[in-house]
Design a protein around this ligand. Structure first.
Ligand SMILES: [Zn+2]
Ligand SMILES: [Zn+2]
Length: 383
């Protein structure tokens, strides 16, 4: 079967954000869950493998970049001989709640020699990723910012060093799995007997049994707390961008490596300003007199206000460029421009004297007919 494009597999556009990729993957993973999949198990398994391979590449910025540039050949080496396999899959944390909900799903993984099967003890799992949102003023996209975020964290319990056993008490070899952390089960599927290897439910894969639980953590070896972390938001950041802070997610159970922290940046809009990449657009209205004679007006900028000098005879809807009042690129130093479109305010009514002056200055060419009321007024007053 020829390989399908990874974006097509996940059903996301080329420019999809990391969040969109992740939620597409989770949606599909749920769809091909063996408890609910409408396809036969073999097809569902293939499907699941296909979407997991696509996710393995698209969820990793570097792999994704190589794939975008060179296609499958750019990521082939990732998977070694034999292509993608579950040993290559690094996003178990993203499936943890799905997996946890179904023993059948764990067997499904065990079935293809995944992280829950194979020989030897079940490896320690990676901790959950944590996602937080931080709201910043739009000017943060010019200067950058260092906001502090509060994130929930679980860290290995200091009192039992993450073992879950009360300090000084021994861990006993699990009697159910004899220390292997896995149990083999023979299951009749209707067609054949199926041998499955799953995590030992008694010791949850550790191979050890706790004789006396640690009082501090209740035996799970983890402590939860709130951590304050300073985040570096670089100049040039776009609204909705997601920053990854490696290893600041939840601690992995039983000594697994921690998950990552993802910080989504929301930028508060500034009234009357519209951002497009490095440039920012504004509109302002000037009096007719300023358009005719020139002058100086104040216009809004991302960080406050700026003076804009209007030359004599400025036409309506003229765009003016204020250099360097826009945004920098990430990693770049020079800033884009602010482009101000100038509207000219035409007075809605004029006094008689003003009208006479306009006629005198602008002549009689195209002179408009006086209104009926005006004609009557002039007749009565000898105008
Ligand atoms: Zn403890
Ligand atoms: Zn056991």
């Amino acid at each position: 079967m020829p390989k399908r494009d990874y974006y097509e597999v996940l059903g996301v556009p080329k420019g999809a954000s990391p969040d969109e990729v992740k939620s597409a993957y989770r949606r599909l993973a749920r769809q091909y869950h063996p408890d609910v999949a409408k396809e036969n198990p073999k097809v569902a398994e293939e499907k699941f493998k296909e979407i997991s391979e696509a996710y393995e590449v698209l969820a990793d910025p570097q792999k994704r970049q190589r794939y975008d540039a060179m296609g499958f050949s750019g990521v082939e080496t990732e998977f070694g001989p034999g292509g993608f396999g579950w040993q290559n899959f690094t996003h178990m944390g993203d499936l943890e709640d799905l997996l946890g909900s179904s023993p059948l799903f764990r067997q499904f993984f065990g079935g293809f020699g995944g992280p829950f099967g194979g020989i030897g003890r079940t490896p320690a799992r990676r901790g959950h990723d944590v996602e937080v949102t931080v709201r910043l003023p739009l000017s943060a996209a010019i200067r950058g910012a260092r906001p502090t975020v509060e994130v929930p964290r679980s860290t290995p319990c200091a009192d039992c060093r993450g073992t879950g056993a009360r300090d000084g008490t021994a861990l006993e070899t699990c009697p159910d799995c004899h220390g292997e952390g896995q149990v083999r089960r023979v299951q009749s599927t209707g067609f054949a007997q199926l041998l499955t290897i799953g995590e030992c439910p008694r010791c949850r894969g550790t191979g050890r049994r706790i004789l006396e639980k640690c009082a501090t953590c209740g035996g799970n070896g983890l402590r939860t707390s709130v951590e304050r972390i300073e985040i570096t938001v670089p100049p040039g950041i776009e609204d909705g961008a997601v920053l990854r802070v490696p290893a600041h997610g939840m601690a992995g159970p039983r000594g697994g490596r921690p998950g990552d922290l993802f910080v989504q940046v929301e930028l508060e809009p500034v009234a009357h300003l519209r951002r497009e990449g490095r440039e920012v657009f504004a509109e302002t209205t000037i009096p007719l007199g300023v358009a005719l004679l020139g002058g100086e007006v104040t216009v809004p900028t991302v960080e406050g206000q700026a003076k804009l000098s209007i030359p004599v005879g400025t036409q309506p809807e003229t765009p003016f460029r204020l250099r360097g009042e826009g945004f920098p690129r990430i990693g770049g130093s020079s800033r884009g421009d602010l482009i101000v479109t100038v509207h000219v305010e035409i007075p809605r009514s004029l006094s008689g004297r003003e009208k006479d002056l306009v006629r005198e200055v602008f002549g009689t060419v195209g002179r408009p007919a006086a209104t009926k009321r005006e004609t009557l007024w002039r007749r009565r007053n000898g105008g």
